[in-house]
Structures are given as C-alpha cells and as structure tokens.
Ligand binder design. Structure first.
Ligand SMILES: [Zn+2]
Length: 281
C-alpha cells in the first residue's frame, strides 16, 4: 500500500519540480545546461571575431614583432597550454582553448564561453613570478572548465537572449545580439561562489603544473596594498580570497610542499626572461 502511494506521489513531485524550474528558470542556470559545447564554441568564435575587428581601441591585440616580443607571446601561450594539458580529462571541455594577449594597461583577464581566454599586458606588469601568472591563467581556465560565464549569461536578462539566439536558426540576429552586448560580454561578472570556485580550481591547476599554488594569493595581496582592480573589487573581498587559497594549500600535502619550496616553484628568473619586454610596476 505504502509502495503504491509512493509510486503515485513521485511523478507529481517531479512534475512540480520541473514546472517550477521551467516557469522561472528556463534560461537561468538550468536552461543554460541546454547550451551545448558546440553552441558555446559558436558564441565564443563570434565574440572573438568581433573583438579582433573591433575599432574602438578597447581591445588592441598584442602584436609580437621583435624577438623579445615573440618570446613573450610564446611564453604566455605555452604556459597557458601547459596548464590546460594538466586539467583532469573529466573537467576538460571538448573544445580547444584559445589564448589572446590584449596590449593595454588594464589589470584584468577574462574569458567567454567556448574556451576563449584573454589576458591584458596591464596585469602582467603587476606580476613578479611565474606562479602568479599561472594562478591568473589557472583561474580563468577554471571559469571555462566550470562553465561559469555561460551560467552568468543565462542569469542576465539581456545576455540570456544571446543564449536563446545561439540555439536558434537566425544567424544574423545572433550576430547582432553579440555586437550590441559586446562590452557586457567582455566584462561579464560571475557570482561570488563562482569566483571562489575559480580560485579553488585555479589553485589546484597551478599545483598540478608544479608551480607555487600561492601565486594568485601573493598577486591578490599586492593589489590589496594598492587598491584592487575592478575584477577583484567584487565579492568576495581580496583578503578573504587570500585566506581561502592559503587554507586550500594548507589542506593538501602536495600543494603545501610546492608552496614551501617557493624559491624553486615561483620560477622567477624564467618569468623575468619570458616577460622582459613588459615593464613591471
Ligand atoms: Zn574570476
């Protein structure tokens, strides 16, 4: 008797759950799950092609010409690709990552869905060693592996229209929506929880490639002294993030050993040689 009641109740409960989700969250995080990796790639490719033909001067692509500039570009991209290779297969999306350096004094890095990651020369100026660069790249790679930007788009009224358009057949409408929301896509804010999660995975990824996992924390601390840039001024506060990264490292014997050996695992000389062309602040 009890069993048959349970059988009758279960579909009703499930139905209520689905209805609740469908009525108020279809293009919220739940609906975002309908956006496949192929759709994310299409969106990222369109954003990237608009960025690379942008004429506002906000996103000047780093153009390596001299030998030192070529060394710098290769150094950053090789490091980024090394981090991606160390990401566990279960975390890695089906698409390739594409890394672009933007030649502008902005202390920022960002990504859009589809594995497109951008880092400004302005944030590299603030860095002192390779583990700090690894930390920032690892953090952005983690936003991609955890699909944070897709989920943030889904929660934004205007940007969720782009997700709906990428699922549809009207390519012109899709391209127009990307164009009219371009700046918002490039400055997409993710939730506090997503930032913490990106710090967590980014720190793991930094340790996985044998760099000091406290790199992102030392960079955060430096910003704390001079006032945090916009990407750090959202919650959680930089001080909390430093504390959270330190606790994560403390809780893992492998990460702790890498941090204790920072004279070796910061790879300071290699960073200085690789980024010689970028004057440091
Ligand atoms: Zn972030």
């Amino acid at each position: 008797m009890k069993a048959s009641n349970a059988k009758r109740c279960l579909p009703i409960a499930l139905c209520a759950l689905l209805l609740t989700r469908c009525s108020c969250d279809f293009f919220g995080t739940t609906g975002a799950l309908l956006v496949s990796e192929a759709d994310e790639s299409k969106l990222g490719l369109e954003f990237d092609s608009q960025l690379k033909t942008d004429t506002t001067g906000n996103y000047p692509i780093y153009k390596a010409v001299t030998p030192d500039q070529l060394v710098f570009e290769k150094y950053v991209k090789d490091l980024a690709n090394e981090i991606v290779k160390s990401v566990p297969a279960s975390d890695r999306p089906g698409y390739d990552f594409k890394f672009t350096i933007i030649d502008k004094d902005v202390e920022n890095a960002f990504a859009v869905p589809g594995g497109y990651v951008y880092i400004y020369t302005g944030i590299i100026k603030k860095m002192r060693n390779e583990s700090e660069l690894t930390g920032v790249l690892g953090h952005e790679i983690a936003h991609v592996t955890q699909h944070h930007y897709r989920d943030a788009m889904a929660k934004d009224a205007a940007l969720s229209l782009i997700l709906q358009a990428v699922l549809g057949n009207d390519d012109n409408k899709f391209k127009q929506l990307v164009a009219s929301n371009f700046a918002n896509l490039a400055q997409l804010k993710v939730s506090r929880d997503n930032e913490s999660e990106a710090d967590y995975f980014g720190t793991k990824y930094t340790g996985a490639v044998g760099r000091n996992p406290l790199g992102i924390a030392t960079l955060f601390s430096r910003f704390d002294a001079g006032g945090p840039p916009s990407w750090l001024s959202t919650h959680p506060a930089p001080a909390n993030r430093v504390g959270d990264v330190a606790s994560e490292v403390d809780g893992s014997a492998a990460l702790k050993a890498l941090a204790a050996d920072s004279a070796t695992t910061d790879f300071t000389s290699r960073f200085e040689a690789g980024t010689k062309v970028i004057p440091k602040l």
